[in-house]
Design a protein around this ligand. Sequence first.
Ligand code: MTE
Ligand code: MO
Length: 213
Amino acid sequence: MATNSPLNRKDQEDGMRRQGRLPPGQSLTQKFPVLHYGPIPVFEESRWNFRLWGSIEKEICLTWPEFQQLPRTVVDMDLHCVTRWSKFDTSWEGVSLRTLIDTGLLDLKPETCFVIQHAENDFSANLPLEVALAENFLLATHYNGQPLTPEHGFPLRGVVGAIPGRKDLKDVYFWKGAKWLRSLEFSTTDRKGFWEMAGYHNDADIWKEERIA
Ligand SMILES: Nc1nc2c(c(=O)[nH]1)N[C@H]1C(S)=C(S)[C@@H](COP(=O)(O)O)O[C@H]1N2
Ligand SMILES: [Mo]
């Protein structure tokens, strides 16, 4: 039987529930839904840059060729959307904030507590610094071994998901990963992002079902 058949969907979902990987109120999808507000931006390399700014010692601005030179990490995660679909065993490749710190590019001021992702078309998403620094947050350029597609955030997106077996990490809904990412703002104070201002829960813990505020 094909692994994607609807009959298998329920079996796979039951398996994930038994493994403790299906958060409350979620159901397994075998597709990869596309979800965002507004149009898909067109990538123009000559106009694209990626900035690190705010509460850091030195602001950084990278071109796309420069960003692609950074050391990349592969992270396998389960994605959980607040609209109740969960996609399991997705593989992402990109740059972790830990790598930016270790390579000396990112030098945080000690009072920094929050990270705000800024994307094309004024989309934004906020995270506590410790969540953004954890292994389940990535500045992703690749999905399942291929460059991102335009609808999933090409050339760069934030991704946040649950790493199976890592109950020590905080897991938040997928909206906290901004597609078409253009900058990271480091801040001493929290500021709500696009969906958080629209009424989604600021903390967004998938295990506590923090969906709306
Ligand atoms: N730029 C941008 N990023 C965004 C969004 C958006 O509206 N704009 N929506 C978020 C939401 S609600 C979800 S569930 C995921 C969906 O990512 P996908 O389309 O790759 O599945 O993107 C998140 N990132
Ligand atoms: Mo979402």
